[in-house]
Every structure is written in C-alpha cells, then in structure tokens.
Design a protein around this ligand. Structure first.
Ligand code: PMP
Length: 433
C-alpha cells in the first residue's frame, strides 16, 4: 500500500520528480483514490461524477474485472510464445464483432503501440511510406505515432510535419471549409485527399495508407458527414494504400447506435486499431487486419510483444467485451447520450455562447463561441474548471480548446445526465454575469 499523503505533498513531489510536460487537468487538480462505476472519490471521500474518462468503459472498479484479474494472476500470466485458450478466446470475441474480412489480431499494450504497428503493416503491405491523415489528429506518443499526429507535431515545440506525411482538413462541417448547408460536403472534404496523394507521389514517398480517428476527438469531437470515409478510402485504395480506422475513442459501443464508428460511416477499413476502453484500465492495444496484410507483414522477422496478449490481458479484454453485452451498455450509451444531447440542445437555445452541440451516443462535444462566432477558449477553460469545482469532470478539445468534451463511462445513468445539464446551466449562467 502507498502511504497516506496529502494532496499538496503529492503535488510537490510530482513537480520535483516528474517531467514538466506531464500535464495535470484543472487549475485545482483532483486527487482520486477510489472509483465506482462512473463515480470517482477524492482523498476526503468526496464524490465526483466522471463524465470524461473513456478508459473505464464498463465503469471504474468493476467487480467482474477484479475477479478475472485476481483469478488469472493466481493461475499464470505469461506470453504469446505459449499456447493458452484465453488468447484465442479473446481473438474470437473481437472478430465476432468485426466485419468478416478482418481475420488476424495482433495484441500490444497501448493505442500508441497499436498505431505504430498499423503503420508497419501499411508499409509492409504496400512497399510505400507515405501516409495521409486529417489535421489535428492524435494517434499516440511513440516516434511514428507522433509523426502522424498533427495535434502533437504542429504544437509549439513540435518537430513539424515529416516528408512522408500529408495532412487533410478535418471534415468539420460546423467550422470547416464546407458546412452543413452544403449537401455535397462529404465529397468535397474527401476530394481534399487528391492533392495529398499527389504531393506524396511527387515526393516519391508513395501512398502506404490513410489513418484517421473515425470521429476526430482531439480535433474537436467531430462527426464527419455521412459518406466521407468511404469516399476517402476509395481514393486511397486507388492510389495503392490501405485504410486504417483508429477506433480507440469511438469503438466498443460508445456511439450507441453503432458498435464501431466506421459502421456509422458505411466504411470498410483494412486495419482497425483498438486501445483504452478494451482493457478498462488494464493496458491493452489491439490491431485487427486482413489475412493478406498480415501475410505481407509475416516476412521472416518475428513480431513479439512481451506483455501484449498476456494471459491476463486476454482474460480482461474478453471480460470487457462480455460485460458490454451483459449489462446492455451500448443501449445505455444510446439512451443516456440521447438524453444528454436533448438537454444540451435546450441549453444551446438559451445561451448564445453555445455555437454547436454535436455527438452520438456518449461521444459528445459542445462548441463554445464568442458573439462574433470565433472560438471561446477562455470561456471553455472557465466552464471546465467550474464544473470540476461542482464535482463533475469533463474535458476540453479542439485546435482552439473551445469544445467541451463529454465522454463518460458507458454506465452513466439518467439522474447523472440531469445533473450534468443542470450544473452546466448554472455554470453558463454564472459565466454570463
Ligand atoms: N489513438 C487515439 C484516438 C487516442 O485517443 C489515443 C489516446 N488518447 C491513442 C491513440 C494513444 O493511446 P495510448 O495513450 O494508449 O498509447
């Protein structure tokens, strides 16, 4: 057990011994020592409503996750160089929820590692190097993943874009080049991929593939117009590349109506990347691809991850998938998400500073604007912190950090949704004074 320590001491020690760019959320950081479902408790036992974290997908401290973890740790926890039925059971559980052409699973330890591997698959399969990706995306903290994450490489202090990457504008039909009044906006956004492909070809990088968060999250909780992804995928495939769907934020039922984001788009990816929620807090990343792509990668060099696909990870991953079903969490995401959107849209009518309310299931963004329609960054920071003072945890996103991000565990209930809406109403009223 860790020694009981007060928050100030922890903060001081952290400042002394951790890197300065390990960020802390909120002006007044929270210390959280217990969790239960979609609630978190600080060192005084005060409850917070967790309306932000997607990792505890089936809820914090789920008893079934505790039970399988303890059970497996008592038996054995080893790696994929040995046979174990838990590995194949986890693969079966994943594949049964995915389209039939996706047949091969790779297990790693994080979303970053999974995207790094997806890049290697794309290159092994195509022999090309170049990648097309939407602006403001995030795919992870490793060297390769940062190179395809404009959210990182284009920040002050970032290394800038490498010559094997081309960015396309995010298909944001609220603020971007083509808006909701344009019925042809999906095609127009997809057409932006043409010059990106041409640029990679001109630089002799070739087109290894396209990677995108199916719904861009750090880019501002964006839902691309229907038909966008299939049109992009057609262009990428025509140029010889493969299509990677980063479903780390959107997968596993969060969207309510759809188990995966690419289903909403009617798109058929060649590679699907899973992370965060699949382990419910235990580190798991998964890459799922076609037999052909896996065979191109199987070129004589062994692929091995010491902890990826460990017996423990496979047991936990399977249990998460089963809990989503047993507890009807996808249906709850749809129900709770619809209630939340309805409440937020009522606030939108009341407050001019809400420019847009968008979302699907429990993937929701509230874009805050100034009277001239520009991004209300300071207001967003104020609202996020005041919500925290009232013990509701939400986040903020977008290139100008003016979009409130609401993305709770899928267990969240109707009373909690009411509390979010009522509290946000109070905070916005306070801000208006
Ligand atoms: N892809 C997406 C869409 C993500 O949101 C994240 C994490 N925020 C990652 C990849 C990276 O995952 P990890 O932090 O587990 O490496």
């Amino acid at each position: 057990r860790y020694a009981p320590t007060d928050r100030t001491t922890v903060l001081e020690k952290r400042r002394a011994h951790f890197g300065g760019n390990l960020s802390l959320t909120y002006a007044e950081p929270v210390m959280l020592v217990r969790g239960w479902k979609h609630y978190l408790f600080d060192e005084w036992g005060r409850p917070y409503l967790d309306a932000y974290n997607n990792v505890p997908h089936v809820g914090h401290a789920h008893p079934r996750i505790q039970a399988v973890a303890a059970d497996q740790l008592r038996r054995v926890n080893t790696n994929t160089r040995y046979l174990h039925p838990a590995q194949t059971a986890f693969a079966d559980a994943l594949l049964s929820r995915l389209p039939g052409h996706l047949e091969v699973c790779f297990f790693v330890n994080s979303g970053s590692e999974a995207n790094e591997l997806a890049l290697r698959l794309a290159r092994a399969h195509t022999g090309a190097k170049g990648m097309v990706t939407p602006d403001h995306g995030y795919h992870g903290n490793t060297t390769g993943a940062v190179a395809i994450s404009a959210y990182k490489f284009n920040k002050p202090g970032g290394v800038g874009k490498t010559d094997w990457v081309e960015l396309v504008e995010v298909a944001d039909d609220y603020r971007g080049s083509f808006r909701r009044d344009d019925p042809d906006r999906a095609r127009k956004y997809a057409d932006l991929v043409d010059p990106a492909i041409a640029a990679l070809t001109l630089r002799e990088q070739g087109v290894a593939g396209f990677i995108a968060e199916t719904f861009p999250s750090v880019g501002g909780q964006i839902i691309p117009p229907t038909g966008y992804l299939p049109a992009v995928y057609d262009k990428i495939r025509a140029a010889g590349g493969i299509c990677i769907a980063d479903e780390v934020q959107t997968g596993l039922g969060r969207l309510g109506k759809h188990y995966f984001g690419f289903e909403q788009q009617g798109a058929s990816p060649d590679v699907v990347v899973l992370g965060k929620p699949i382990g419910n807090g235990h580190p798991i990343g998964v890459v799922i691809t076609t037999r052909e792509i896996a065979e191109s990668f199987d070129n004589g060099i062994e692929f091995f991850s010491t902890f990826g696909g460990s017996t423990l990870s496979c047991r936990i991953g399977s249990e998460v998938l089963q809990i989503i079903e047993d507890e009807g969490l996808q249906e709850n995401a749809q129900r709770a998400g619809a209630q939340l959107l309805q409440g937020l849209r009522a606030l939108e009518l009341q407050y001019d500073c809400i420019g847009d309310v968008r979302g699907m299931g429990l993937f929701i963004g509230v874009e805050l604007v100034r009277s001239d329609g520009s991004e209300a960054t300071e207001l967003c920071t104020f609202v996020k912190n005041r919500m925290r003072d009232r013990r509701i945890l939400i986040g903020s996103e977008g290139p100008y950090d003016n979009i409130l991000k609401i993305r709770p565990p899928l267990t969240i209930g109707s009373d909690d949704i009411d509390m979010i809406v009522t509290t946000l109403d109070g905070v916005l009223a306070e801000a208006a004074q």
